[in-house]
Design a protein around this ligand. Structure first.
Ligand code: N2P
Length: 371
């Protein structure tokens, strides 16, 4: 009797077939990442998997609204998301992110205290997120095409003003050769408010309506409102002007150079100043693979890895130790790593509450469609 019991105990694990989806099959380690498009060196993802055995599922978006809609729908299966500051702030309030277990992030000390202090405006005590990058919103241009429309003026000087976009007569000069504008009210409202001499972080309906009026005037001359297609449109020489994010514009410049198509692309931070944004890595509360998420984030916080992502994306990172590994042309580029004088002209904003967000969303639709 005894022997038979022992026999069956021993046999059970051998004879039982393992059904699909059982814990035994789930041994494969995975992390599901939801990040902005054109934001990482794809080789970094490969190397992470090589080193850790953890597979990465990597999905992308190009607006905070898209990210938020997905997250609020629930059960995304994502482990990591990368919201911009104001969205991080209200998504924390909505309970979407877990408090980071800092003991699992050995490389936390690599982060710039100054950048993390800026991020703390959205996440007091830096409890939920670590910075991934920081950047500005500015004006990108095709040097030859704008020069042909500006007469003798030097493009980088003539275009260093938000008049380009917000004075319809100015913008009109470029309408025939293509103008793209970020489909991002979160960028465009603060920029318009600041341009009008109002606080860029104003939540007052009257201020926001004035900003909307000013923004509405550009529609006739804008070819497309989109937040990622401008990279290729600039690189291919299809458009003249774009309101875009610094790193993306320099990616367009790199793509044009690689293609050897003679397209020269410039980027300016207008004299009135502009929005500075911070995007951060946060782990979702319902993350199915939190351990793997920490491993991935910690990998990104290594100086050499952060540098590789910056070298590819042209977005500044928050790891000062990455500087020696960053291409000199990027590290010295004041539009990517602004100096103190430019820094003084940059502003940041906080999140809108629900009713204000509704107003901004409605006005933005009107700006884009005229309805
Ligand atoms: C990357 C864009 C990231 C900046 N293509 C916008 N958060």
């Amino acid at each position: 009797m005894r022997a038979r019991i022992l026999f069956s105990i021993l046999l059970v694990p051998i004879l039982v077939e393992i059904p699909a989806g059982s814990p035994a099959q789930a041994q494969e380690r995975v992390v599901n990442v939801f990040n902005w498009s054109d934001y990482i060196d794809p080789k970094v993802i490969e190397d992470f998997t090589k080193e850790t055995g953890i597979k990465v599922t990597y999905d992308t978006y190009d607006s905070n609204e898209m990210l938020e809609t997905r997250l609020l729908a629930g059960r995304t299966g994502y482990d990591i998301a990368v919201p911009s500051g104001p969205f991080l702030q209200r998504q924390i309030a909505a309970g979407l992110y877990r408090e980071l277990d800092k003991a699992k992030l050995a490389n936390l000390g690599n982060l710039s205290q100054e950048i993390m202090a800026r991020l703390a405006v959205y996440d007091p005590g830096n409890r939920h997120a670590v910075d991934y990058s920081w950047f500005t919103t500015g004006i990108a241009f095709n040097a030859d095409k704008v020069a042909a429309r500006l007469g003798d003026a030097d493009p980088a000087t003539a275009l260093a003003t938000w008049d380009v976009v917000l004075k319809p007569d100015f913008l009109k000069k470029f309408a025939d050769c293509g103008v793209y504008v970020l489909d991002s009210p979160d960028d465009m409202f603060p920029i318009a408010l600041n341009y009008l001499g109002l606080p860029p972080d104003s939540k007052k309906p009257a201020d926001l309506k004035r900003a909307a009026e000013s923004l509405g005037a550009m529609r006739r001359h804008v070819t497309k409102f989109h937040s990622s297609e401008y990279i290729n449109a600039l690189a291919n020489g299809d458009i003249c002007l774009a309101v875009g994010w610094s790193g993306d514009v320099f990616q367009a410049r790199d793509r044009a150079r690689e293609a050897g198509n003679g397209v020269e692309i410039g980027f300016v931070i207008p004299k009135q100043g502009t929005l500075m944004s911070l995007d951060s890595l946060a782990v979702l509360k319902d993350a199915p693979h939190p351990e793997e998420a920490y491993a991935f984030i910690d990998f990104l916080l290594r100086p050499e890895i952060a540098a590789r992502n910056t070298n590819r994306s042209n977005f500044a990172n928050a790891i000062p130790g990455s500087k020696p590994y960053i291409d000199k042309s990027i590290a010295d580029n004041k539009a990517i790593y602004p100096d103190a004088e430019v820094m003084r002209r940059l502003f940041t904003v906080t999140s809108y509450d629900q009713p204000t967000q509704k107003l901004v969303t409605r006005e933005w639709t009107r700006i884009k469609t005229g309805r």
